[in-house]
Design a binder for this molecule. Structure first.
Ligand code: ADP
Length: 334
């Protein structure tokens, strides 16, 4: 008998343009995984309501994220590529899981604390229960692998807790979901100003977007924080320099990274040259993706088809899981 493929699930919020962090933390893994696993990838529009209640630009953003997923190499024929709000079963599972999540643990979540700090006038319950909805998204397909960036590590740990509580209380329905990256560890793509990670909606001048034009890429890279260079051979790199090397390792040839690394160790490095090299390699990396996105965005009908086809696949899997869930909880009276 053919072995059942492991199930993969992940999502990206339509809160703005996708950036290098989304690419290397999430999308690059999605693309590799689509050939090996049964994959569900969604545009997390419901999650975006926790921080972006104004929906004027939502539709445009959803279509863009879909196009960006496809332009990066996702094949909608191979995976279920869908929009979160099209799958109503998610809300039902979210409700059940909310009964298994405790206020104390939710309040302690780093992303909750961070978002509450950023939007003190809108600390809504959805923000608090964000990891619960995320767990519902994942286990709705009984997924066990979740390709995400390092910022999501704590959420996945919470997802495992909720799953274990459910299984313990109602019987084994769900596998434990694990964060996944093809490399040895989860990745965090740093922002160019040396403060925090690249992000869709914060520090836009220090984030490289897949939609940035060549000039914008060059400008942002050339502005990255550096200093006068080391004076003692083989000194450790300050974090903001380490970050630039990390970005180089993502898009430049190994030999180039090695050359600059040696120059750093010999105190001969010229950061102007390093940044010029990085800028050109970034342009080479980003511009074909940007052009592909624009081409796909021009075909509204195709994107609608993709969304409908994806929703159909996701609904089928969701319905099967929810039958098991209702049965396990004891909500089937006849
Ligand atoms: P953002 O924080 O930019 O709004 P999302 O919350 O929609 O992004 O996350 C989408 C995916 O991209 C998640 O898997 C997340 O871990 C990943 N991701 C976001 N920013 C980064 C980053 N700077 N480095 C690595 N992965 C990231």
């Amino acid at each position: 008998m053919k072995k059942q493929k492991e199930i993969v699930m992940s999502g990206i919020r339509p809160t703005g343009f996708l950036h290098l962090g989304n690419y290397f933390g999430a999308l690059q893994n999605y693309v590799r995984m689509q050939d090996e696993y049964q994959c569900f990838f969604m545009v997390a529009d419901l999650h975006s309501l926790t921080t972006h209640p104004d929906t004027k630009e939502l539709k445009e953003n959803v279509l863009r994220v879909l196009a960006e997923n496809i332009a990066c190499g996702l094949n909608p024929e191979k995976v279920a590529l869908y929009c979160q709000s099209h799958i109503y079963e998610t809300s039902e599972l979210y409700l059940y899981l909310n009964m298994l999540a405790y206020k104390g643990e939710l309040e302690k979540t780093t992303t909750f604390k961070e978002k509450a700090r950023l939007q003190p006038d809108n600390i809504n319950a959805g923000l608090l229960t964000y990891p619960v909805l995320q767990t519902a998204d994942i286990i709705l397909h009984r997924a066990s692998l979740v390709p995400v960036g390092k910022d999501q590590e704590q959420h996945l740990e919470m997802a495992r807790n909720f799953v274990n509580r459910f299984n313990h209380r109602y019987g084994e329905v769900f596998p434990e979901p694990k964060a996944f990256n093809y490399g040895s560890e989860l990745i965090k793509v740093p922002s160019l100003d040396g403060a925090g990670k690249m992000s869709k909606s914060e520090n836009q001048y220090a984030t490289l977007y897949l939609a940035d034009d060549d000039e914008a890429i060059r400008k942002k890279v050339m502005k990255a924080k550096t200093d006068n260079g080391p004076v003692i051979p083989n000194s450790p790199k300050p974090e903001y320099i380490e970050n630039i090397f990390l970005l180089m390792r993502l898009v430049c040839d190994d030999s180039i990274v090695q050359k600059f690394d040696q120059e750093y160790n010999n105190c001969k490095i010229r950061y102007g040259d390093l940044k010029k090299q990085l800028a050109e390699d970034m342009v080479k990396f980003i511009s074909p993706i940007r052009e592909k996105v624009n081409e796909i965005l021009g075909n509204n009908k195709y994107l609608q088809q993709v969304m409908e086809q994806g929703a159909e696949k996701a609904r089928k899997s969701a319905k099967t899981t929810m039958e098991l869930v209702r049965q396990a909880i004891g909500l089937k009276y006849f």
